[in-house]
Design a protein around this ligand. Structure first.
Ligand SMILES: Cc1cc2nc3c(=O)[nH]c(=O)nc-3n(C[C@H](O)[C@H](O)[C@H](O)COP(=O)(O)OP(=O)(O)OC[C@H]3O[C@@H](n4cnc5c(N)ncnc54)[C@H](O)[C@@H]3O)c2cc1C
Length: 215
């Protein structure tokens, strides 16, 4: 989710792209009961359960090729205007009641208090008092930074998506073709059988669909 960054991929790149190899690995003379490759939730859970089963003396080595553990669930830090904005990572819906008993027990053992979490939870997918859907246009791509508030491409979020396109910092021609695209209501698959539609959709990319389907 954070992407790979310098420090995480140099060795793999050297092996894959530059034909390098590990010529003289150092023997650390260390012994472990368990190696875990990857310190995401799965790897950390594996280590946790191993230790629980085989005792606190178990020697476990978790190999992680990023700067911190957590994998996709690692918290995100964004720095903006000298301040850090903090957001959770791939744990955005811990309140969902669909976890099985094993996960619920683990959350409990780790002291994750879902009720307390919900008390401090402000994010409402753009429908809460503190947020609304918005699209950010960045200066590098669009010439100036611009935040179009109250807008989402998701259906049902806004009354008139076409009118909002007038506020996009893109050329007149682009605005008009976007409006045409969103206002379009005909079925581009009309006249084709379900099997044909299935075949097309299985083999076409999204870009291909937007550019190659009959207009
Ligand atoms: C935005 C978002 C929201 C989500 N919300 C929820 C939610 O609310 N509830 C929920 O249950 N799930 C949620 N998920 C899914 C959940 O985050 C993931 O399923 C989970 O984090 C996956 O964990 P994992 O350990 O299996 O994999 P990963 O998190 O991908 O961990 C793999 C780890 O292995 C490391 N690694 C990879 N290759 C190597 C290597 N060669 N050597 C060493 N280390 C390596 C990686 O750096 C990484 O740390 C969400 C995901 C996202 C992206």
């Amino acid at each position: 989710m954070r992407g790979s960054h310098p420090g995480a991929f140099e060795v793999a790149h050297a092996l894959a792209r530059d034909g390098k190899s590990f010529t003289a690995p150092t023997d650390l003379d260390e012994q472990y009961d368990l190696f875990v490759v990857g310190g995401g939730l799965s790897g950390l859970a594996a280590a946790y359960y191993y230790r629980k089963r085989f005792g606190a003396d178990s020697r476990i080595l978790i190999l992680e090729n990023h700067d911190d553990f957590g994998g996709h669930a690692k918290r995100n830090e964004f720095h903006q205007g000298g301040q850090m904005r903090l957001s959770w990572g791939g744990t955005s819906n811990l309140e969902y009641p669909m976890f099985n008993d094993t996960v619920k027990a683990l959350l409990g053992e780790l002291g994750v208090d879902i009720d307390r979490l919900l008390e401090g939870y402000e994010f409402r997918y753009g429908s809460g008092p503190k947020g609304s859907p918005a699209i950010f246009f960045d200066a590098d791509t669009y010439g100036r930074n611009g935040l179009i508030r109250g807008y989402s491409f998701r259906a049902g979020r806004i009354d008139d998506p076409v009118a909002m396109i007038d506020r996009f910092p893109v050329s007149e021609t682009s605005r008009e073709s976007l409006k045409k695209f969103f206002a379009r209501r005909e079925n581009v698959f009309a006249g084709r059988s379900a099997a044909e539609v299935d075949e097309i959709l299985r083999n076409i990319s999204y870009t291909g669909f937007l550019t190659a389907m009959p207009r």
